[in-house]
Design a protein around this ligand. Structure first.
Ligand code: IPE
Ligand code: MG
Length: 220
């Protein structure tokens, strides 16, 4: 979800208006995701490095996140969305923690979409926490601790980097970069990114499919 600030500044608005508009984009994408074949969607709402922003922007973002959780819970329940927040909670204020717990509890039965909201999230910190918590150091144990492998990452706002997002889980993720600022991101943009994903050949280290066939025939 990148480009909120630039979207607002380009319209002569304060940055927080971009974050507000970003909530509408999040709602559009959440509603469109299941029809695009997406069963788990993670939105990067606030990174652990975003604490470095000016205090007023951080405070406004925190208020918006609380508002989002309180106001989207009903819609999530109606649409079969199970909401989960990933990231650290010890630096969030009590009201936001309460809103997170309430939203997670209320939507626990959702089966259409697993919506993960990353708040105070750092993939490097998540990997370190997993390393401390797992009984054995295996890929499977880390996957259980961190979450499932990611198939597709969509980065909006023209940036081309991962910015500490789901680094372990993205080992074989397909990356789609969009110049669209997040508040303008539409259901059609999501469908386009998913189409792009399906056009890619995912080899996971193997050789291309076409090249494999003759070699296979010769071996037989
Ligand atoms: C993404 O938009 C929202 C958050 C990181 C909270 P930005 O705030 O990064 O917007 P730009 O990149 O400054 O336009
Ligand atoms: Mg940004």
């Amino acid at each position: 979800m990148d480009g909120n600030g630039r979207w607002a500044v380009a319209r002569g608005l304060p940055r927080i208006e971009g974050h507000r508009a970003g909530i509408d984009a999040a709602r559009r994408v959440v509603e469109a995701a299941p029809d695009c074949g997406i069963s788990t969607l993670t939105l990067f709402a606030f990174s652990s490095d975003n604490w470095r922003r000016p205090a007023e922007e951080v405070a406004s973002l925190m208020r918006l996140l609380e508002w989002y959780l309180e106001h989207e819970t009903g819609r999530a329940m109606a649409n079969g969305v199970r909401l989960e927040v990933i990231g650290r909670r010890d630096r969030l204020d009590a009201a936001l923690c309460r809103a997170i717990l309430d939203a997670e509890r209320a939507t626990a039965g959702g089966e259409r979409l697993h919506l993960r909201l990353a708040i105070d999230y750092s993939a490097r910190d998540a990997i370190l926490a997993a390393a401390r918590g797992v009984a054995e150091w295996s890929r499977e144990a880390f996957e259980r601790a961190l979450g499932p492998a990611v198939d597709l990452v969509i980065r909006t706002g023209g940036e081309r980097r991962l910015s500490d997002f789901l680094l372990w889980e993205c080992a074989y993720a397909e990356l789609v970069f969009s110049r669209t600022m997040w508040p303008d991101f539409s259901a059609a943009d999501l469908a386009g990114a998913v189409r792009e994903f399906h056009s890619r050949e995912r080899r996971f280290g193997e050789i291309p499919h076409v090249a494999a066939a003759p070699h296979q025939a010769w071996l037989d």
